[in-house]
Design a protein around this ligand. Structure first.
Ligand code: CP
Ligand code: NVA
Length: 300
Protein backbone atom coordinates (compact mmCIF):
# COMPACT_ATOMS: atom_id res chain seq x y z
CA UNK A 1 0.00 0.00 0.00
CA UNK A 2 1.34 3.44 -0.92
CA UNK A 3 2.30 5.35 2.21
CA UNK A 4 1.76 9.10 2.58
CA UNK A 5 2.57 11.80 5.10
CA UNK A 6 -0.72 13.71 5.04
CA UNK A 7 -1.06 14.17 8.78
CA UNK A 8 1.17 13.61 11.81
CA UNK A 9 -0.83 10.50 12.76
CA UNK A 10 0.35 8.78 9.56
CA UNK A 11 3.59 7.89 11.37
CA UNK A 12 3.67 5.41 14.24
CA UNK A 13 6.00 6.23 17.14
CA UNK A 14 8.53 3.72 15.78
CA UNK A 15 8.33 5.16 12.26
CA UNK A 16 8.69 8.70 13.50
CA UNK A 17 11.70 7.71 15.62
CA UNK A 18 13.31 5.94 12.63
CA UNK A 19 12.83 9.01 10.42
CA UNK A 20 14.29 11.32 13.07
CA UNK A 21 17.24 8.98 13.55
CA UNK A 22 17.86 8.83 9.78
CA UNK A 23 17.66 12.63 9.62
CA UNK A 24 20.61 12.98 11.99
CA UNK A 25 23.03 11.22 9.65
CA UNK A 26 24.00 11.09 5.99
CA UNK A 27 21.24 9.81 3.72
CA UNK A 28 21.69 7.58 0.65
CA UNK A 29 20.83 8.80 -2.85
CA UNK A 30 17.30 7.54 -2.30
CA UNK A 31 15.84 9.67 -5.12
CA UNK A 32 18.43 8.84 -7.81
CA UNK A 33 16.57 8.69 -11.13
CA UNK A 34 13.36 9.89 -9.49
CA UNK A 35 11.40 13.16 -9.70
CA UNK A 36 9.23 14.90 -7.08
CA UNK A 37 6.47 17.42 -7.86
CA UNK A 38 6.28 20.27 -5.34
CA UNK A 39 2.91 22.04 -5.69
CA UNK A 40 2.26 25.31 -3.92
CA UNK A 41 -1.26 26.70 -3.52
CA UNK A 42 0.02 29.13 -0.86
CA UNK A 43 3.24 31.16 -0.50
CA UNK A 44 6.39 29.59 0.98
CA UNK A 45 10.06 30.30 1.56
CA UNK A 46 11.42 27.51 3.80
CA UNK A 47 9.27 24.66 2.54
CA UNK A 48 9.83 25.51 -1.10
CA UNK A 49 13.61 25.86 -0.81
CA UNK A 50 14.22 23.01 1.63
CA UNK A 51 12.24 20.52 -0.47
CA UNK A 52 13.82 21.63 -3.75
CA UNK A 53 17.35 21.48 -2.35
CA UNK A 54 16.61 18.28 -0.42
CA UNK A 55 15.31 16.41 -3.47
CA UNK A 56 18.46 17.39 -5.39
CA UNK A 57 20.71 16.33 -2.51
CA UNK A 58 19.04 12.89 -2.61
CA UNK A 59 19.88 12.62 -6.31
CA UNK A 60 16.37 13.43 -7.52
CA UNK A 61 14.78 16.04 -9.75
CA UNK A 62 12.40 18.52 -8.11
CA UNK A 63 9.60 19.98 -10.23
CA UNK A 64 8.33 23.11 -8.50
CA UNK A 65 4.81 24.09 -9.51
CA UNK A 66 2.91 27.24 -8.63
CA UNK A 67 -0.70 26.04 -8.65
CA UNK A 68 -1.93 29.30 -10.17
CA UNK A 69 0.00 28.51 -13.36
CA UNK A 70 -1.20 24.88 -13.53
CA UNK A 71 -4.40 23.67 -15.17
CA UNK A 72 -5.41 22.94 -11.56
CA UNK A 73 -5.88 26.71 -11.25
CA UNK A 74 -8.26 26.61 -14.26
CA UNK A 75 -10.48 23.86 -12.94
CA UNK A 76 -8.70 20.58 -13.77
CA UNK A 77 -9.63 18.24 -10.96
CA UNK A 78 -7.28 17.21 -8.19
CA UNK A 79 -7.94 13.59 -9.17
CA UNK A 80 -6.90 14.10 -12.80
CA UNK A 81 -3.86 16.09 -11.67
CA UNK A 82 -2.87 13.25 -9.34
CA UNK A 83 -3.36 10.64 -12.06
CA UNK A 84 -1.24 12.56 -14.55
CA UNK A 85 1.55 13.41 -12.11
CA UNK A 86 1.71 9.75 -11.04
CA UNK A 87 2.87 8.96 -14.62
CA UNK A 88 5.73 11.50 -14.49
CA UNK A 89 7.04 11.73 -10.94
CA UNK A 90 7.67 9.49 -7.92
CA UNK A 91 6.16 11.63 -5.14
CA UNK A 92 3.96 14.71 -4.74
CA UNK A 93 4.49 17.39 -2.11
CA UNK A 94 1.50 19.73 -1.74
CA UNK A 95 0.93 22.94 0.21
CA UNK A 96 -2.76 23.78 0.26
CA UNK A 97 -5.69 25.17 2.25
CA UNK A 98 -8.42 22.63 2.94
CA UNK A 99 -6.83 19.41 4.19
CA UNK A 100 -9.36 17.43 2.15
CA UNK A 101 -7.46 18.49 -0.99
CA UNK A 102 -4.45 16.48 0.19
CA UNK A 103 -6.66 13.48 0.90
CA UNK A 104 -8.18 13.67 -2.59
CA UNK A 105 -4.78 13.88 -4.27
CA UNK A 106 -3.51 10.94 -2.20
CA UNK A 107 -6.59 8.85 -2.96
CA UNK A 108 -6.14 9.35 -6.71
CA UNK A 109 -2.33 9.11 -6.85
CA UNK A 110 -0.33 5.89 -7.12
CA UNK A 111 2.71 7.56 -5.49
CA UNK A 112 3.42 8.98 -2.00
CA UNK A 113 1.94 12.39 -1.13
CA UNK A 114 3.43 14.71 1.50
CA UNK A 115 1.61 17.52 3.31
CA UNK A 116 3.72 20.67 2.99
CA UNK A 117 1.14 22.53 5.16
CA UNK A 118 -2.63 22.56 5.14
CA UNK A 119 -5.11 24.48 7.24
CA UNK A 120 -5.24 21.43 9.53
CA UNK A 121 -1.58 20.52 10.05
CA UNK A 122 2.08 21.04 9.19
CA UNK A 123 3.72 17.66 9.86
CA UNK A 124 7.05 18.40 8.12
CA UNK A 125 7.60 21.41 10.38
CA UNK A 126 6.78 19.39 13.51
CA UNK A 127 9.27 16.68 12.50
CA UNK A 128 11.93 19.36 11.98
CA UNK A 129 11.08 20.76 15.41
CA UNK A 130 11.47 17.37 17.09
CA UNK A 131 14.77 16.96 15.25
CA UNK A 132 15.82 20.37 16.57
CA UNK A 133 15.13 19.27 20.14
CA UNK A 134 17.16 16.10 19.57
CA UNK A 135 20.05 17.97 17.99
CA UNK A 136 20.10 20.29 21.01
CA UNK A 137 20.58 17.26 23.22
CA UNK A 138 17.03 17.02 24.52
CA UNK A 139 15.51 13.59 25.13
CA UNK A 140 12.09 13.66 23.50
CA UNK A 141 10.28 11.25 25.83
CA UNK A 142 9.09 13.25 28.82
CA UNK A 143 10.19 16.63 27.46
CA UNK A 144 7.79 19.54 28.05
CA UNK A 145 7.02 21.86 25.12
CA UNK A 146 4.62 24.78 25.51
CA UNK A 147 2.93 26.32 22.49
CA UNK A 148 1.48 29.81 22.92
CA UNK A 149 -1.02 31.55 20.62
CA UNK A 150 -3.43 30.39 17.95
CA UNK A 151 -4.83 26.84 17.99
CA UNK A 152 -3.84 26.47 14.34
CA UNK A 153 -2.17 23.97 11.99
CA UNK A 154 1.15 24.36 13.80
CA UNK A 155 -0.43 23.78 17.22
CA UNK A 156 -2.17 20.68 15.85
CA UNK A 157 1.03 19.18 14.46
CA UNK A 158 2.96 19.88 17.64
CA UNK A 159 0.21 18.19 19.67
CA UNK A 160 0.13 15.11 17.45
CA UNK A 161 3.80 14.74 16.57
CA UNK A 162 4.79 15.68 20.13
CA UNK A 163 2.44 13.06 21.60
CA UNK A 164 3.86 10.51 19.15
CA UNK A 165 7.36 11.23 20.47
CA UNK A 166 6.24 11.02 24.12
CA UNK A 167 6.43 14.76 24.81
CA UNK A 168 4.31 16.59 27.34
CA UNK A 169 2.69 19.15 25.05
CA UNK A 170 0.98 22.16 26.59
CA UNK A 171 -1.03 24.50 24.38
CA UNK A 172 -2.14 27.90 25.66
CA UNK A 173 -4.68 29.71 23.49
CA UNK A 174 -7.50 32.19 23.97
CA UNK A 175 -10.66 30.10 24.55
CA UNK A 176 -12.18 31.27 21.26
CA UNK A 177 -9.05 30.21 19.30
CA UNK A 178 -8.56 26.78 20.86
CA UNK A 179 -7.31 23.76 18.92
CA UNK A 180 -9.70 21.49 17.04
CA UNK A 181 -11.17 19.20 19.76
CA UNK A 182 -10.83 16.20 17.44
CA UNK A 183 -7.11 16.85 17.11
CA UNK A 184 -6.73 17.22 20.87
CA UNK A 185 -8.62 13.96 21.42
CA UNK A 186 -6.46 12.19 18.83
CA UNK A 187 -3.30 13.53 20.47
CA UNK A 188 -4.52 12.37 23.89
CA UNK A 189 -5.06 8.90 22.48
CA UNK A 190 -1.56 8.81 20.99
CA UNK A 191 -0.03 10.17 24.21
CA UNK A 192 -1.71 7.40 26.22
CA UNK A 193 0.38 4.90 24.29
CA UNK A 194 3.70 6.75 24.42
CA UNK A 195 3.81 8.08 27.98
CA UNK A 196 3.41 11.64 26.72
CA UNK A 197 0.59 14.00 27.57
CA UNK A 198 -1.48 16.82 26.16
CA UNK A 199 -2.82 19.73 28.17
CA UNK A 200 -4.79 22.79 27.11
CA UNK A 201 -4.48 26.10 28.96
CA UNK A 202 -5.92 29.57 28.64
CA UNK A 203 -3.29 31.05 31.02
CA UNK A 204 -0.06 31.51 29.01
CA UNK A 205 2.15 32.08 32.04
CA UNK A 206 0.91 28.98 33.87
CA UNK A 207 1.47 26.98 30.67
CA UNK A 208 5.04 28.27 30.40
CA UNK A 209 6.12 27.38 33.94
CA UNK A 210 9.09 25.03 33.86
CA UNK A 211 8.74 24.31 30.12
CA UNK A 212 11.78 23.02 28.27
CA UNK A 213 10.73 24.79 25.09
CA UNK A 214 8.44 27.72 24.33
CA UNK A 215 6.97 27.79 20.83
CA UNK A 216 4.75 30.21 18.97
CA UNK A 217 3.40 30.88 15.47
CA UNK A 218 1.67 33.75 13.70
CA UNK A 219 -1.73 34.98 14.84
CA UNK A 220 -2.92 35.39 11.23
CA UNK A 221 -2.24 32.29 9.15
CA UNK A 222 -2.21 32.18 5.36
CA UNK A 223 -5.79 32.47 4.14
CA UNK A 224 -6.97 34.37 7.26
CA UNK A 225 -5.87 37.82 6.08
CA UNK A 226 -9.47 39.17 6.10
CA UNK A 227 -9.65 38.43 9.85
CA UNK A 228 -6.38 40.21 10.66
CA UNK A 229 -8.02 43.05 12.60
CA UNK A 230 -9.85 40.78 15.07
CA UNK A 231 -6.92 38.34 15.29
CA UNK A 232 -4.72 40.67 17.33
CA UNK A 233 -6.11 41.84 20.63
CA UNK A 234 -7.19 38.40 22.02
CA UNK A 235 -3.67 37.06 21.45
CA UNK A 236 -1.68 39.87 23.10
CA UNK A 237 -1.26 38.04 26.45
CA UNK A 238 0.04 34.97 24.57
CA UNK A 239 3.10 36.64 23.03
CA UNK A 240 6.31 34.66 23.52
CA UNK A 241 8.27 37.26 25.46
CA UNK A 242 10.52 37.79 28.47
CA UNK A 243 7.64 37.20 30.92
CA UNK A 244 7.18 33.62 29.64
CA UNK A 245 10.91 32.93 29.31
CA UNK A 246 11.39 34.05 32.94
CA UNK A 247 9.09 31.29 34.25
CA UNK A 248 10.22 28.53 31.85
CA UNK A 249 13.17 26.20 32.46
CA UNK A 250 16.33 28.35 32.64
CA UNK A 251 17.67 26.42 29.60
CA UNK A 252 14.39 26.66 27.68
CA UNK A 253 14.59 26.76 23.90
CA UNK A 254 12.63 29.49 22.12
CA UNK A 255 11.02 28.15 18.96
CA UNK A 256 9.06 29.56 16.02
CA UNK A 257 8.35 27.90 12.67
CA UNK A 258 8.85 31.26 10.92
CA UNK A 259 7.95 33.58 9.29
CA UNK A 260 7.88 35.65 12.52
CA UNK A 261 6.36 39.03 13.29
CA UNK A 262 8.62 40.65 15.86
CA UNK A 263 6.58 42.61 18.40
CA UNK A 264 3.45 40.55 17.74
CA UNK A 265 3.45 36.82 18.57
CA UNK A 266 7.14 36.95 19.60
CA UNK A 267 9.29 39.74 20.99
CA UNK A 268 12.41 40.73 19.07
CA UNK A 269 14.47 39.95 22.19
CA UNK A 270 13.06 36.41 22.30
CA UNK A 271 13.46 35.53 18.62
CA UNK A 272 16.94 37.08 18.40
CA UNK A 273 18.06 36.16 21.94
CA UNK A 274 20.24 33.41 23.41
CA UNK A 275 17.40 30.88 23.91
CA UNK A 276 16.32 31.04 20.26
CA UNK A 277 16.79 28.06 17.93
CA UNK A 278 14.59 29.34 15.10
CA UNK A 279 17.25 29.07 12.40
CA UNK A 280 18.12 25.55 13.52
CA UNK A 281 14.44 24.70 13.07
CA UNK A 282 14.57 26.13 9.55
CA UNK A 283 17.72 24.15 8.73
CA UNK A 284 16.22 20.98 10.12
CA UNK A 285 13.36 21.20 7.62
CA UNK A 286 15.93 20.10 5.05
CA UNK A 287 17.22 17.13 7.03
CA UNK A 288 13.81 15.97 8.28
CA UNK A 289 12.15 16.17 4.86
CA UNK A 290 15.00 14.33 3.15
CA UNK A 291 14.54 11.53 5.67
CA UNK A 292 10.76 11.55 5.07
CA UNK A 293 11.14 11.35 1.28
CA UNK A 294 13.83 8.64 1.50
CA UNK A 295 11.59 6.64 3.85
CA UNK A 296 8.45 7.05 1.74
CA UNK A 297 10.00 5.96 -1.56
CA UNK A 298 11.59 2.93 0.12
CA UNK A 299 8.28 1.60 1.46
CA UNK A 300 7.22 -1.69 -0.17
N1 CP B 1 7.74 27.38 8.32
C1 CP B 1 7.34 27.32 7.03
O1 CP B 1 6.63 26.40 6.59
O2 CP B 1 7.79 28.35 6.27
P1 CP B 1 7.36 28.72 4.77
O3 CP B 1 5.93 29.18 4.83
O4 CP B 1 8.31 29.81 4.37
O5 CP B 1 7.50 27.50 3.92
N1 NVA C 1 0.20 28.89 10.75
C1 NVA C 1 1.01 29.43 9.67
C2 NVA C 1 2.24 28.61 9.49
C3 NVA C 1 3.20 29.15 8.46
C4 NVA C 1 4.41 28.28 8.29
C5 NVA C 1 0.17 29.48 8.39
O1 NVA C 1 -0.57 28.52 8.12
O2 NVA C 1 0.26 30.48 7.68
Amino acid sequence: MTRHLLHDTDLSPAEQAAILEAATGPLPQALAGKAVALIFEKPSTRTRVSFEVGVRQLGGQPVVLDATTMQLGRGETLEDTAGVLSRYVDAIVLRTGAHERLERIAAAASIPVVNALSDLSHPCQALADLLTLRRHGRTLAGFTLTYLGDGNNMAHSLLLAGATAGLHVRVATPAEFACDPQVVAAAEKVAAGTGGSVREFTDPVAASEGAGALYTDVWVSMGQEAEAAERHRPFLPYALDEEKIAVADPKALVMHCLPAHRGEEISAAAVDGPHSVVFDQAENRLHAQKAVLAWLVQQP
